[in-house]
Design a protein around this ligand. Structure first.
Ligand SMILES: Nc1nc2c(c(=O)[nH]1)N[C@H]1C(S)=C(S)[C@@H](COP(=O)(O)O)O[C@H]1N2
Ligand SMILES: [Mo]
Length: 316
């Protein structure tokens, strides 16, 4: 997701330091540094996720078949994209400082009545578990059991006017914890958007938990959105506002680099990113490379949303 020009040998996700560090560390271990590494591994740090919690455990909806092994929570919770905390994958310790309460979501724009919804009201919406695949545009992927509810429930709460055609999701700006916000060349706040029809599609999800726990802040706690058939950047974290609009919004990545990260951003193995192939993806945890699927394998649910839109740039 970096803007900087990259050389051919660099992999899409190596723009950030963690992988380089890991490689460096392995090399060091090979050189006999294991004695130094062992105490560091034993060191106490913050827990990577809240404890399992019955209030964030729900019946699994069998309609959305994982079709892959579930990613280890440790991987999903420690390898993240969350640029507000920095443009590297190792932001999870810093994200623990994002307060999860109080939390409200502003409902605004073309709605019957603008208002704020508290997280308590969000958590009263009956929840289900969905095991969903998430495919980052950088070609890594994970399969996660999320707790939450269909985005259509959020639309119901919001009561948009018939003039609303798009939904804009705005994400948190908490300056004390989010040092990435000081990178003033980024168009904060992080926003993402979709059409009303996409938001109403049964696959669009609002997550408040994962692995039977409250959603960790690094994964977008206390509440995030998920569009499993689109590249991961569409799935905004730590949502603070939902805005209904008549005009198509320009979101964070599109504003930065519109030729690489467009509005639709549906997963398609045959349409390469301008700087790398999208044909395969790397599974977090095992590092196995597997073929990427059209709509991330969710075409049966969402392909119909795009009939008649072939003239649009649907895939990147
Ligand atoms: N607010 C916010 N939301 C965000 C991002 C971000 O940087 N800031 N990164 C996106 C990207 S690029 C991806 S791939 C997913 C990653 O979600 P995960 O860390 O839970 O795997 O979150 C998306 N949502
Ligand atoms: Mo991503």
């Amino acid at each position: 997701m970096l803007i900087r020009r990259r050389r051919g040998w660099e992999t899409p996700e190596a723009h950030a330091t963690p992988e380089a560090l890991v490689v460096g560390r392995r090399a060091a271990l090979g050189a006999g540094a294991a004695l130094f590494a062992a105490p560091a591994l034993a060191q106490q740090g913050p827990p990577i996720a809240p404890a399992p919690d019955p209030a964030f455990t729900a019946m699994r909806n069998p309609r959305f078949r994982p079709e892959r092994d579930i990613t280890a929570m440790r991987e999903a919770a420690t390898y993240n994209n969350y640029y507000e905390f920095g443009s590297h994958k190792g932001i999870w310790p810093a994200a623990q400082r994002l307060p999860q309460r109080p939390w409200t979501i502003r409902i605004e724009g073309l709605v019957e009545r603008e208002r704020e919804i508290g997280i308590e009201e969000i958590l009263r919406i009956p929840a289900e578990e969905r095991v969903l695949r998430l495919r980052c545009v950088e070609a890594w992927a994970m399969t996660v059991p999320w707790t939450g509810f269909a985005m259509s429930e959020l639309l119901r709460l919001a009561s948009p006017l018939s003039s609303a055609r798009y939904v804009v999701f705005e994400t948190a700006m908490h300056r004390p914890s989010m040092t990435g916000l000081r990178q003033s060349w980024y168009p904060w706040p992080y926003t993402e958007g979709c059409t009303i029809a996409e938001a109403a599609n049964e696959l669009a999800f609002v997550a408040t938990g994962m692995y039977g726990r409250p959603l960790p802040p690094q994964n977008g706690g206390p509440v995030r959105i998920l569009f499993p058939w689109k590249y991961g950047f569409k799935s905004g974290k730590s949502i603070v506002a939902v805005r209904f609009a008549a005009e198509r919004p320009v979101s964070f990545w599109e504003r930065l680099q519109g030729n690489e990260y467009g509005f639709w951003a549906n997963v398609n193995p045959e349409v390469p990113h301008p700087r790398w192939s999208q044909a395969t993806e790397r599974l977090l945890g095992t590092n196995e490379r597997v073929p990427t699927r059209l709509f991330n394998g969710y075409g049966e649910f969402v392909a119909g949303l795009y009939t008649g839109l072939q003239h649009e740039r649907l895939w990147a």
